[in-house]
Design a protein around this ligand. Structure first.
Ligand code: ATP
Ligand code: BUA
Length: 356
């Protein structure tokens, strides 16, 4: 079988990660940072398309990649309507949805567009696709009921990393993912806490319901929040709760490393807030343990903050009675995207058509 050459693109709020794979091997990877002043010129995330594509193409060329050899470009999937897990080919409907109809501004909305931009310069039969978008929806019906008719509970989260880490964990445990019940917790700048029952994510503690994270406020008392909404604009409330909430709002830093340093130097406020974060994460895990009726084969902590032993020890101390806690720090997104594309190219996994 011929080599499969795959460009992987993962847009974040302040940077774009780009990798180049030949088969299973990541030949290089770069996290390209964007100046805040540069991004500030654009009203919407999708308006950054030309700017980010130009940087990606320059970078690939600087590494000697001949785009005419590329078989697939795969991007992180954004704020689509609810979708199945797995691969979706980029098509006009998907581009239209992400450009005009996505109702949450998220950097991943650019993933499909940028992958398609690379595909246009690749082999004539090259494909562009996304894999495990943030809107993969495997909720059980009970999980869809919110508590107020007309207010939805939508399945949105770090699905790509959580599903990939769940499958890796199953491999380590020498079990099939489909035979396990796992609680997988992604601790990045935003958090997602997910219940996996026999290979399906049947419920989540959403990032605006449960624990505060590095940037997000998590769930807030409506009695406190509603009056605030009448004093501030929608954009300001959204900024405060989604970009400037959580750890940043209390400690004015988005760095877990910096917070640990302050705590070790005796900063009691930092210690209280960081432990409160662990406490709220543990409460979320507890909620999902009830979703799984207590049948928990493992609790997996992943994402950048799982490198913090201080945080993971506090969480573990509160949840280990539910099941073994397994650390899988960092994220696996670039590899998961590349392997999804490789399986589609090799025909061992079928891609879905968006909009069908
Ligand atoms: N060794 C470490 N110790 C403590 N915290 C760490 C460590 N390494 C990374 N972090 C923290 O992890 C957080 C970022 O995690 P991550 O890189 O997974 O998030 P992201 O990719 O920016 O966002 P998201 O995962 O939500 O898309 C930051 O607060 C960072 O300081
Ligand atoms: C991945 C979608 C949710 C988030 O960014 O926190």
């Amino acid at each position: 079988m011929s080599d499969k050459k795959i460009v992987v693109i993962n847009p974040g709020s302040t940077s774009t990660k780009v990798s180049y794979f030949v088969n299973d091997e990541e030949l290089f990877k770069e996290n390209i940072f964007h100046e805040t002043s540069e991004l500030a010129q654009y009203n919407r995330i999708v308006d950054q398309y030309d700017y980010r594509l130009g940087i990606i193409l320059d970078f690939l060329m600087s590494k000697g990649v001949d785009l005419a050899d590329v078989d697939a470009a795969v991007g992180r999937g954004g704020m689509l309507p609810p979708v199945e897990a797995g691969a979706y080919f980029v098509n006009e409907e998907m581009i239209d949805w992400l450009s005009n109809r996505a109702d949450i501004e998220h950097a991943s909305n650019l993933g499909a567009l940028l992958a398609d931009g690379v595909r246009k310069l690749a082999k004539p039969d090259a494909i562009s696709m996304v894999y495990d978008p943030i809107t993969v929806d495997q909720f059980q019906d009970l999980a869809r009921v919110s508590g107020l008719k007309g207010v939805k509970r939508r399945s949105v989260g770090h699905m790509l990393n959580m599903r990939s880490v769940a499958m890796q964990t199953a491999e380590k445990l020498e079990k099939n993912y489909e035979d396990l019940n796992l609680i997988v917790v992604h601790l990045g700048s935003g958090f997602s806490i997910s219940a996996h029952e026999n290979g399906r994510m049947i419920d989540l503690v959403l990032d605006d319901e449960g624990s505060f994270s590095v940037e997000r406020s998590g769930g807030l008392s409506l009695k406190e929040l509603v009056p605030m909404c009448y004093k501030l604009s929608e954009a300001e409330v959204t900024r405060l709760t989604r970009k400037h909430g959580g750890l940043i709002s209390y400690l004015d830093t988005n760095s877990g490393i910096e917070v640990e340093k302050r705590i070790k130097e005796g900063d009691e406020e930092a210690a209280l807030i960081f432990e409160a974060m662990a406490y709220q994460i543990a409460k979320g895990i507890g909620q999902l343990a009830t979703v799984l009726r207590g049948n928990v084969d493992g609790i997996v902590l992943t994402g950048g903050l799982s490198y913090s032993n201080m945080l993971t020890d506090w969480v573990t101390e509160r949840v280990s009675f539910l099941g073994p806690v397994i650390l899988s720090p960092g994220e696996n997104e670039m590899f998961a995207l590349a392997m999804g594309a490789k399986r589609v190219l090799e025909g061992t996994e079928e891609g879905h058509t968006f909009g069908k």
